[in-house]
Design a protein around this ligand. Sequence first.
Ligand code: ADP
Ligand code: MG
Length: 374
Amino acid sequence: MGHSEKMKSVTSNASADALVRFEDVKKSYDGANFVVTGLNLSVRRGEFLTMLGPSGSGKTTTLMMLGGFERPTLGRILLDGKPVERLPPEKRNIGFVFQNYALFPHMTVAENVAFPLRYRGIKGAAAAVKVRQALDRVSLGNLGGRRPAQLSGGQQQRVALARALVFEPSLVLMDEPLGALDKQLREHMQVEIKRLQVSLGITMVYVTHDQSEALTMSDRIAVFHDGHIQQLAEPEMLYKRPSNRFVASFIGENNTLACSLLAREGEVAVVRMPDGTVLKGLGHGLTGGTHDVSLSVRPESLTLASGEPRESGNRIVGEAHEVFFLGDHMRLSIKAFGSQVLIARIPTREARHFAPGERVALDCGVADCQLLEA
Ligand code: ADP
Ligand code: MG
């Protein structure tokens, strides 16, 4: 099966099995400026989908519209095939963990977790059983009697998680739930939330501005910028085949080099660097003839050259600029192609010393070079 055929079958499955669909959704708060500008997105049943983007890109607004706390200005949102724009939040059967997780300080942990059940008319022994199960699920079984102020940040976060799961929703939304935690706890909770999502079989729509969090947890990532999706793909695809410069620079580190397109040979494009060096890369998204483009290559894709250039690869020659030793790797910046600076990440076992100004030759594969519109 060819690559494009495979993509097509996945896409058609997705729309048949979509739990959530955004159709041309737009949102303006002031009636003049749109902060979500034409959103089309299907969320598959059982998947972990992350909305990743910088602050102000419209992630929270999108989540609030799905949760029922904001109304779209234009367009439709379908849940299980039915339009929900007019349904209030409690009629949507969606669990929600807000950006600041908003626990009620005057209630105990158990009362906090029971709150969504009261809303849904579940009381007494039936409620107690569900609260108990939800607290056990997040390893807080014995802390039901405490108040939020008597818990650590990580424990409070777990209470918010239990409260979102207690009524067994099929869809859970989380808005930067780990933002307040320190790095170690955040990484621990990423794994814990991902395990819960898989074991409970719930569909998750998760918001973060942290790309490594998105890469760790997600089945698919929608990269947001300026109120719309720049690219929607699996983490590995997003990393290896960014479709534009914004995605290339937002996910991981990338060298972005100015060059001009000379020719296309199938999916391979040939470019000329400012100093005349000719390189090749993948040019899936490029259109038109000769014009200015940019070449994007990751620091870890550059290796120290040995021997003659490989016929099928690219050779980049420059001079060492700065060298930093970082334990497992060396970070080497070189000046090449006239005035451009690029970074190479060389594993320590392959590295050697470079004096500033020394000639450096680097190799990289054609498939590791992405040509994108400038
Ligand atoms: P993100 O979650 O990606 O940081 P938001 O959805 O919170 O983005 O915000 C998108 C844009 O909408 C921002 O410019 C923000 O200032 C604006 N915005 C968000 N909420 C409101 C609101 N309640 N009223 C007016 N403007 C808002
Ligand atoms: Mg936000």
